[in-house]
Design a protein around this ligand. Structure first.
Ligand SMILES: [Zn+2]
Length: 152
């Protein structure tokens, strides 16, 4: 697999926005050297009611894992969660991660045949949250711009 430099930059940008979003939403994200799931098997990420844990890795894997765990947070954890099989949970989280990585130019193509209403709803929710952050950034820079103009 070839990773274009642009994909890495886009992943870094997406990761930053996701972390800002988690911060705003009050979802703690912790990084760890070696993660293990409850069954003792190695894991790239974990999600539970306490937040999200991510294993240190290259930026593409970290970003993908972060979206994956956020999808679990949205779809499978907490009061609004709907019970589905473990396999279904993983498929949904994987697909949402693929959607966001594709949408933000981090490479890959999300499998269209897995776009269930739940996947679409969760992906749209996360994109809207990220874009809200972007909107805040724009508002912030406009304020700065106004302040800069007033200073002249
Ligand atoms: Zn998972």
């Amino acid at each position: 697999m070839i990773v274009w430099p642009e994909q890495r930059e886009n992943a870094e940008r997406l990761r930053r926005r996701l972390l800002e979003m988690c911060n705003r939403r009050g979802v703690p994200v912790r990084y760890a050297r070696e993660l293990k799931a409850q069954d003792g098997k190695p894991a790239w990420g974990l999600a539970n009611t306490d937040g999200i844990e991510i294993e240190y890795a290259d930026v593409l894997r970290e970003t993908s894992t972060l979206v994956h765990e956020l999808a679990h947070q949205c779809l499978h954890i907490g009061p609004g969660a709907v019970e589905v099989s473990r396999r279904q949970e993983e498929l949904e989280a994987e697909t949402v991660a693929a959607v966001l990585l594709e949408a933000y130019g981090c490479g890959g193509q999300a499998p269209r045949e897995r776009f269930t209403p739940r996947v679409v709803k969760c992906s749209n929710f996360l994109i809207a949250e990220i874009e809200l952050e972007r909107g805040l950034d724009i508002a912030q820079s406009l304020t700065n711009f106004t302040a800069a103009l007033e200073a002249i």
